[in-house]
Design a protein around this ligand. Structure first.
Ligand SMILES: Nc1ncnc2c1ncn2[C@@H]1O[C@H](COP(=O)(O)OP(=O)(O)OP(=O)(O)O)[C@@H](O)[C@H]1O
Length: 226
């Protein structure tokens, strides 16, 4: 089943002489259980595309359908509900809540989806163990290394098992071994959990784990490979 379908998506930042055409008509799709990597040079539009697929940004033109629900015509205020229903997002720079310990950061999206404190905490601890941080549940993000914070962000993105998981350079701040294990976790979410996982990456150490690699240049998809 196709879970993400983008058709002729454009995005222009600014207007007139300062306009930047970040996306120039992108067609993209991904399926249930698929692990797709988006690759391309700096400034090619990868983060913009991921943000549009993740209902963080609205496109200037074209349409995106998530589970056949069209985003065209949706207003900014509709986007949080769509994100909560469909999306787990791992941002560049992880966006953890500084005042919450790791357990509460990971539990937060499940609480927002209506889980009880007890269930959400138990699942948060389970996910923290899966990313190798079982002993850090009571720590604040400021007490962790950059790589550890990234792993907490990954646990939070997969918390509550959203059907679509989007990650922007998830291995950028990680050493080779941690990067590989995080990528394997994301791949497992796709192959065993049936999630659709789309990862923006430059990291050629992890390309071999992708089901499909989509290459973007200058706001256009130029090729696809395996
Ligand atoms: N908020 C913004 N306002 C104006 N221009 C922007 C904005 N965000 C991105 N851009 C521009 O849009 C283009 C695409 O940016 P985008 O961040 O999507 O690229 P990217 O492929 O993710 O790059 P990188 O690999 O460096 O993160 C770039 O030219 C960038 O400068």
């Amino acid at each position: 089943m196709i879970t993400i379908e983008a058709t002729n998506v454009t995005k222009t930042y600014g207007t007139g002489s300062v306009a930047v055409h970040a996306l120039r008509g992108v067609d993209f799709h991904a399926r249930e259980g698929e692990f797709v990597m988006l690759n391309g040079p700096s400034g090619s539009g990868k983060t913009t595309l991921l943000s549009i697929l993740g209902c963080v940004l609205t496109p200037s033109g074209g349409d995106v359908r998530l589970f056949e629900e069209s985003l065209a015509g949706k207003r900014e205020k509709d986007l949080p509900r769509l994100r909560l229903s469909y999306i787990g997002f791992i941002f560049q720079g992880h966006n953890l809540v500084a005042s919450l310990d790791c357990r509460d950061n990971v539990a937060l999206p499940m609480r927002m989806r209506g889980w009880s404190v007890r269930e959400a905490n138990r699942e948060a601890e389970h996910l923290l163990r899966r990313v190798g941080l079982g002993d850090k549940a009571d720590r604040l993000p400021s007490e962790l290394s950059g790589g550890q914070r990234q792993r907490v962000a990954i646990a939070r993105a997969v918390a509550g098992a959203p059907p679509i998981i989007l990650a922007d350079e998830p291995t950028a701040s990680l050493d080779a071994e941690t990067g590989m294990s995080i990528t394997q976790l994301l791949k497992q979410m796709a192959s065993e959990g049936g999630h659709t996982v789309v990862v923006v990456t430059h990291d050629n150490r992890i390309f071999h784990l992708a089901d499909r690699i989509v290459n973007i240049e200058d706001g256009r998809i130029v090729s696809e490979g395996h």
